[in-house]
Design a protein around this ligand. Structure first.
Ligand code: LLP
Length: 409
């Protein structure tokens, strides 16, 4: 995060001192840097400049309408996976003709919204779904553009819970079944196959699996002589959560994609989420209590796993940094934990950490992607606030959910 840094002892996001900000704003909250969002998006555009793809931001990674609006203004489309995300993207001003809809279990209601709003592509993931789209389109007297999501059986070499392109995963149709299906597709008069799509997984740090997938797509399109308008290559580009990690280098892949697009004469679509939004936000939390355990000291935060699920779900590492630095050290190892009644409600262990006291503040870093969007009301806790910073200005882009409304709903 280029926009997150210490000035002296104090943590700043863009031009705002978090310590000062905390004088009037209550924790826990997500806070994002707009400059970082813009930088990441334009950097992605630059990497694939020759290909000039349609970049459909994966709304599931962060579906805050204001963030979608920032990206929409830069020209981004959206990749959505529910009727709710679809309506949010439209509300954020993203044009229907820049929206693609993925997901293995779209409902009739959701498909009807997608058809009536005339989105760019419904990316079908099964023969049954394609038939349902055809039947609904017929009823609605429409001809609908669809894409077909394939399962290329490529190992993305990422965490097993976020791998989606292997034969074992529920996503997409196998190449074999697609070849079988394509012979019958002409019978479905109210759909038109305009695209193939793939998405092999998330937080991929090596370009190998992407290159392999491109080969599979190339071979299939040639073999079946498909005449497509689009190829949707999905998202999945990894970022560095650890200082030692390197984010994926996409330059070689970008050249291959460009050659591929020219050969098959298709518009390329990408669906990046994490690489655009992951490193733009932090979760600021207060040290509620400090409790000595047998072998370590528990730092009990006011943020819980319901606010930020990634460590509990994937054992994910997110560096925790102090809002104000000091040079003293805690005696024992520390474990940052939250208040939720689950042993997995914890955020990381540090053997050596600076001295922390109750009522101090910390930031959990790189939480822009799959942070707020994965949060829940577990333990009947209200969803926390989200704030967007631009230079020295800030605005609430989601207020903390009202507790009374929550318990009465
Ligand atoms: N397109 C499709 C069809 C997807 O399923 C996904 C993510 C994306 C695009 C965006 O992938 P990205 O560029 O963000 O890697 N909750 C997990 C990640 C789940 C990803 C699900 N699909 C996590 O926190 O790591």
């Amino acid at each position: 995060m280029q926009n997150l840094r210490y000035v002296g002892k104090n943590l700043f996001l863009e031009k705002i001192s978090i310590r000062n900000f905390l004088k009037k704003n209550k924790t826990p909250f997500y806070i994002y840097s707009e400059n970082q969002i813009v930088f990441n998006y334009l950097n992605f555009v630059k990497t694939f400049k020759k290909t000039n793809p349609l970049i459909c931001f994966a709304a599931k990674s962060n579906s805050n309408t204001n963030i979608l609006r920032v990206l929409g203004k830069l020209g981004a489309g959206a990749d959505v996976v529910s009727g709710g995300e679809l309506l949010k993207a439209l509300k954020a001003g993203i044009k229907a003709k820049k929206i693609v809809f993925s997901g293995v279990g779209k409902t009739e209601e959701e498909l009807k919204i997608a058809i009536s709003k005339k989105i760019l592509l419904i990316n079908c993931e099964s023969e049954s779904e394609a038939k349902l789209v055809n039947a609904l389109a017929k009823k609605m007297k429409k001809k609908v553009s669809i894409g077909f999501r394939l399962n290329p059986n490529v190992d993305a070499k990422t965490h097993k819970n976020i791998s989606t392109g292997k034969a074992d995963n529920k996503f997409g149709l196998s190449i074999k079944n697609f070849k079988f299906f394509i012979k019958k597709i002409d019978k479905l008069k109210n759909i038109k196959l305009e695209a193939l799509s793939v998405h092999i997984g998330s937080q991929i740090l090596n370009d190998g699996p992407f290159k392999k997938t491109l080969k599979v797509m190339n071979k299939l399109i040639k073999e079946l002589r498909l005449n497509l308008k689009y190829v949707d290559l999905g998202g999945g580009f990894g970022i560095n959560y650890k200082d030692k990690e390197k984010p994926i280098n996409l330059n070689i892949y970008a050249k291959l994609v460009n050659n591929f697009a020219r050969k098959i004469k298709c518009k390329i679509i990408f669906e990046p989420g994490r690489s655009i939004i992951g490193n733009t936000g932090i979760l600021v939390s207060k040290v509620q209590f400090i409790k000595k355990g047998q072998n370590k000291t528990f730092i009990i935060l006011d943020a819980g796993m319901n606010d930020f699920m990634r460590p509990a779900l994937y054992n994910a590492f997110h560096k925790i940094i102090p809002i104000t630095k000091n040079s003293s050290k805690m005696k024992n190892a520390v474990e940052f934990v939250g208040p939720i009644c689950e042993s997995t409600c914890k955020f990381g262990v540090y053997r050596k950490y600076q001295k922390l006291s109750e009522n101090d503040f910390i930031a959990i870093t790189n939480v822009g992607a799959y942070g707020s969007s994965l949060s829940s009301n577990y333990n009947t806790r209200p969803l926390i606030a989200e704030i967007l910073i631009k230079r020295n200005k800030f605005r609430y882009i989601r207020k903390k959910q009202n507790l009374l409304k929550l318990i009465n709903s």
